[in-house]
Design a protein around this ligand. Structure first.
Ligand SMILES: C[S@@+](CC[C@H](N)C(=O)[O-])C[C@H]1O[C@@H](n2cnc3c(N)ncnc32)[C@H](O)[C@@H]1O
Length: 359
C-alpha cells in the first residue's frame, strides 16, 4: 500500500469522503507522494508513451507549426514560446531543432516551460541544456507579446469533478473507504457550483457529468493573454468535441488500464478533455477558434508523410520499419490518430494557424 493511500484514508476517516477532484489532485500532485512529483512516468519502463516520445516527427512538426504562426504574426523580433506540461522536454527539443530552419524565429523566442514536477523539471533541464529556458509552476503573465502556447497531453492530467444524477438532482461524486479499499460514494454537500443543466444533454438517473475547473481556469488565462497580446495556442489531447455524459476518470500503470482508486500516486490518472467547453471559453474571450481536428489529420496536413519519407531515406531496414510503425501509431484510427484531437485558437494573426484546413 502506498503512503499516499494511508494519508487519504486517515483524512477520510477523520473528515469524511473526499471529492473525486480532491482524490485526483492529491494522487497526481501531492507534494511528496503525488504521481508526477516522484517519478518519470514516460517510455517503455514507465506507465505510458506520449506522441513526442513515440517519434521525433511529432515535435518537429509542432516546431514548424510554431514557425508558421510566427510568420503569420509578422515575424515579430520578440515573442514568448510557452509549453505547458513538457514531460521529458522531448517535444520542445524536437521543435527547436526543426525551427533551426528559421534562425530569426529562434533569436526572437523567449522560451518558457510550465512544469510542477521537480523530477521532470530536472529531466527537461538536462535535455534542453543547449537552450536558455525559463521555468514556471503556473502560466506566466507577460506585459508584451505575442505568445505561442503549445500543450500535449496537459489538460487530461488536471483534476476533474464528477456529478451523478441522483433522484433528479446532480450530486457530487466522492471517494470513501470500504474495508481496506477506496470506493466511490456521493458527497452530502457539493464542493462547487453544480454544472448548469442547459448546457447538458438529457440526463438519465445515474448518469455522470464531468467538469475540469482547473483546466477551465488555466485555459481562460491563456485565451485572455492571446486576446491582449496576440498569438496562437495549440492543444493536443484526447477527448471529445461533444459535451457528453459518462465517466472518463481512468488510470494507467505499466501501460495497462487499472482501477483509478487503487494505490493513488502509483498510476497515471487522467480524464477526457472536454473540447467543447474549451472552445466556448476561447470564443467568450474573443479569440478566433479553428474547428477541432484529429491528431492524425493535423499531422498529415503538416506533412508527416513527407517527413517520414525523408527520415527513411537515410535509414536502414529496421529503422525504416520503425519509422513506418511510428507514423501509423501517430496518425491511424487504430493508434492515436482519431482519439487524440488538436485544438487551436488565435488572435491578431494575418492568417489562421496551419493544420486545420477543412477536409
Ligand atoms: C501526461 S504528461 C505530458 C507530457 C508531455 N507533454 C508529453 O507529451 O510527453 C503531463 C505533464 O503535465 C505536467 N503537469 C501536470 N499537472 C500540472 C500542472 N498543474 N501545472 C503544470 N504542469 C503540470 C506533468 O508534470 C507532465 O509534465
Amino acid at each position: 500500500m502506498s503512503t499516499l493511500a494511508d494519508i487519504l484514508k486517515k483524512q477520510i476517516r477523520e473528515t469524511g469522503p473526499v471529492s473525486v477532484y480532491n482524490f485526483m489532485d492529491q494522487a497526481l500532485s501531492h507534494p511528496e507522494y503525488g504521481y508526477y512529483k516522484q517519478r518519470n512516468p514516460f517510455g517503455k519502463d514507465g506507465d505510458f508513451v506520449t506522441a513526442p516520445e513515440i517519434s521525433q516527427m511529432f515535435g518537429e512538426l509542432v516546431g514548424l507549426w510554431c514557425v508558421d504562426c510566427w510568420t503569420k504574426l509578422g515575424t515579430p523580433p520578440h515573442f514568448h514560446l510557452i509549453e505547458l506540461g513538457p514531460g521529458n522536454g522531448t517535444l520542445m527539443k524536437d521543435a527547436l531543432r526543426s525551427a533551426r530552419l528559421a534562425p530569426d524565429f529562434l533569436k526572437a523566442a523567449t522560451i518558457h516551460l510550465v512544469e510542477t514536477s521537480p523530477v521532470l523539471q530536472k529531466k527537461q533541464q538536462s535535455l534542453l541544456s543547449d537552450h536558455e529556458i525559463n521555468w514556471h509552476e503556473t502560466i506566466p503573465e507577460f506585459d508584451s507579446g505575442p505568445v505561442l502556447i503549445i500543450a500535449n497531453e496537459f489538460f487530461d492530467a488536471l483534476p476533474i469533478r464528477q456529478y451523478v444524477l441522483t433522484d433528479g438532482t446532480l450530486k457530487e461524486r466522492g471517494v470513501t473507504c470500504e474495508g481496506h479499499s477506496f470506493a466511490f460514494t456521493l458527497l452530502d454537500k457539493t464542493e462547487s457550483t453544480i454544472p448548469r443543466s442547459p448546457v447538458l444533454p438529457e440526463l438519465q438517473e445515474g448518469d455522470i457529468v464531468e467538469t475540469s475547473p482547473m483546466a477551465e481556469i488555466l485555459h481562460r488565462r491563456i485565451a485572455k493573454q492571446l486576446r491582449s497580446l496576440g498569438g496562437a495556442a495549440l492543444y493536443v489531447d484526447y477527448g471529445t468535441t461533444d459535451r457528453t455524459v459518462g465517466d472518463s476518470f481512468q488510470a494507467v500503470r505499466n501501460h495497462q488500464f487499472t482501477d483509478p482508486l487503487d494505490q493513488p500516486g502509483q498510476s497515471d490518472i487522467t480524464a477526457h478533455v472536454d473540447f467543447s467547453t474549451l472552445i466556448q471559453i476561447a470564443e467568450q474571450e474573443a479569440c478566433d477558434v479553428l474547428p477541432v481536428t484529429s491528431q492524425g489529420r493535423f499531422l498529415e496536413r503538416l506533412g508527416i508523410e513527407a517527413r517520414a519519407l525523408a527520415l527513411s531515406r537515410s535509414a536502414n531496414d529496421v529503422q525504416k520499419e520503425a519509422i513506418a510503425a511510428d507514423l501509423k501509431r501517430l496518425v491511424s484510427a487504430s493508434g492515436m490518430g482519431t482519439l487524440f484531437k488538436a485544438l487551436s485558437f488565435y488572435h491578431a494573426m494575418q492568417a489562421p494557424p496551419a493544420g486545420f484546413a477543412e477536409d
